[in-house]
Write a protein that binds this ligand. Structure first.
Ligand SMILES: Cc1cc2nc3c(=O)[nH]c(=O)nc-3n(C[C@H](O)[C@H](O)[C@H](O)COP(=O)(O)O)c2cc1C
Ligand code: SF4
Length: 390
């Protein structure tokens, strides 16, 4: 049997294989953050497709933390019933698929159609050159409130029945803004040393475990590199990973990039962590080396995301012990049943060509609101046609 289909434990739960659907904002929520029936059906298809763990996309823990329209909210108990439907549809497939919720806050990274009623807050007043937003620095009591909001989000996630929680500590959003020396210029207990920059994460973790059982798996998605001169670098990320392990996290998902780093890549990519890549294998699995570095320094499971398109490459990552699980986003937009295809030997390659047309189209969610059909592969028909002609 392929190593990809060997089960693994994350905290106290068993993941039936090594394939994770990385958190992906697919819209299909109402403008005020409620899950729709379309979303429930989307999750049914994902669960049926054979993935081991689905990480539900960006779920904002306070109203001012929403970077884009049509995202899911978790800042009030009124959102629990809708979120529970997602959990139920996944579990009712009875094939062992697990589901986690990603708790998130945008901080200064507010895109078109995101929350703009007030000036966005962040650890420090560092301009985002992409959006031109100059955030205001958070007060200590605002930091305490955010800690509370994350923990309340976790409690709601637990009550909705999710199998795990993931904190979104990557991609330049609020928690990444605290972790990164590029965006955190504070000189109080939340800034400066790495330990201080990690303090908010530790406080959130502790507060969550005050509210839900201590053995409930809590994961974090982190940047191994911000890809900015003065941002998080891989050597510092290794130290950060050790701190996260000590805090008690059950697994780390290794990613990278902030919005303002997007211009650095060969082909402009938005979101920057979802890079446009060609068929050249050297462009694939672009966080693998960083995951490998971190994997050597901690004992908890490492999940690696970013440009994984081939079953053979995914197997090689696991066999080489560079990571314990592989995580994908765009391949699932294109082909929710990719894990089953890999399991049944139908294909080695994901059909996704990493063109990001699905991401570019998301701008229509700003214009169309509730009428927006949701993020979907805009190339699939063309790809299928091309493959038929080969
Ligand atoms: C449409 C879209 C939405 C995304 N939404 C999220 C999100 O909500 N949370 C997150 O952590 N990453 C999000 N990402 C990033 C992915 O999880 C992943 O890190 C990135 O796309 C690289 O993986 P891939 O090459 O398999 O697509 C999103 C990516 C895409 C394409
Ligand atoms: S539009 Fe389709 S092929 Fe292009 S990146 Fe999105 S999912 Fe992949």
């Amino acid at each position: 049997m392929s190593v990809l289909f060997r089960p693994i434990k994350i905290g106290n739960i068993e993941i039936k294989n090594r394939i994770v659907r990385s958190a992906t904002h697919i819209a299909r929520n109402t403008v005020d953050g409620f899950v729709t029936d379309k979303k429930v059906e989307y999750f049914r298809e994902l669960a049926l497709g054979g993935v081991g763990l689905i990480i539900k996309g960006f779920t904002y823990i306070s109203p001012d933390g929403r970077p884009f329209p049509l995202m899911s909210a978790i800042y009030d108990d009124k959102y629990i019933p809708g979120l529970r439907k997602l959990v139920e549809v996944v579990h009712s497939q009875n094939n062992g698929c697990k589901i986690a919720v990603q708790l998130s806050h945008a901080g200064r990274e507010i895109g078109p159609g995101g929350y703009r009623d007030e000036v966005p807050m962040a650890p420090s007043s560092v301009i985002d050159p992409i959006t031109r937003i100059v955030p205001r620095p958070m007060t200590i009591s605002e930091i305490h409130n955010i800690v509370e909001s994350f923990s309340e989000g976790a409690r709601r996630g637990y009550e909705a029945g999710f199998d795990a929680i993931q904190l979104h500590g990557a991609h330049g959003y609020l928690l990444n803004q605290f972790l990164s020396p590029h965006t955190n210029l504070r000189d109080d207990e939340y800034g400066g040393t790495l330990k201080n920059r990690c303090r908010i994460i530790e406080e959130i973790y502790q507060r969550i475990t005050d509210k839900i059982p201590k053995n409930f798996p809590i994961l974090i998605k982190m940047n191994a590199a911000d890809f900015l001169e003065d941002g998080i670098r891989p050597d510092e990320a290794v130290e950060m990973a050790k701190i996260f392990e000590k805090i008690g996290f059950s697994a780390l998902e290794i990613s990278g990039g902030m919005w303002e780093a997007m211009m650095k890549f060969k082909k402009k990519a938005f979101p920057p962590e979802a890079r446009k890549i060609s068929d050249d294998p050297s462009e694939h699995a672009y966080h693998r080396e960083h995951a490998k570095l971190i994997k050597k320094s901690v004992k908890i499971p490492i999940i690696v995301v970013g440009g994984i398109r081939f079953k053979s490459m995914a197997e090689d990552i696991i066999k080489s012990n560079d990571a314990d699980l592989v995580s994908m986003s765009r391949p699932f937009i294109c082909e929710p049943d990719l894990p089953n295809k890999w399991k049944n030997g139908i294909t080695d390659r994901s059909l996704c060509i990493s063109c990001n047309k699905c991401c570019d189209d998301a701008i229509n969610s700003v214009i169309q609101g509730n009428a927006y059909p949701g993020i979907r592969c805009l190339m699939r028909k063309k790809i299928d046609k091309l493959n038929q002609n080969v």
